[in-house]
Design a protein around this ligand. Structure first.
Ligand code: ZN
Length: 117
């Protein structure tokens, strides 16, 4: 069975484990892959930074309860965070960098800020 180059699709001759016809195709393919990763990381980093700045703007004092609406209306994305903190009481805090939140009742969230230890 003939293998095809992952980059240009032309038939590869030679060793069975070859994936590309030559170095140029391998480099082109890997560069694209790296760019995709970078784009993805940029997107995620952008979401995290946005989440952080939304919380920071709403919570300049370091502790404040806000409605879910006031977060989501500004484009807050609850799917992305940098870390989770679980307390002994079973509360879960989601952090975007040093800014965090924990769900309260009735669609409210308590915003908190991580202090330097
Ligand atoms: Zn090729």
């Amino acid at each position: 069975m003939e293998k095809q180059c992952l980059e240009c699709g032309s038939a590869i001759k030679g060793r069975a484990d070859k994936k590309f016809c030559d170095d140029a195709c391998r480099n082109a393919f890997n560069n694209k892959k790296n760019n995709d990763n970078t784009d993805f990381m940029k997107k995620v980093n952008g979401i995290l930074k946005k989440n952080r700045s939304i919380m920071l703007a709403l919570n300049p004092e370091g502790k404040k309860s806000v409605s879910k609406k006031s977060l989501s209306s500004q484009g807050f994305n609850f799917d992305y965070y940098t870390s989770i903190l679980k307390t002994k009481e079973g509360k879960v805090y989601y952090f975007c960098y040093e800014q965090g939140y924990t769900p309260l009742e009735n669609d409210y969230y308590l915003l908190v800020m991580k202090r330097d230890e």
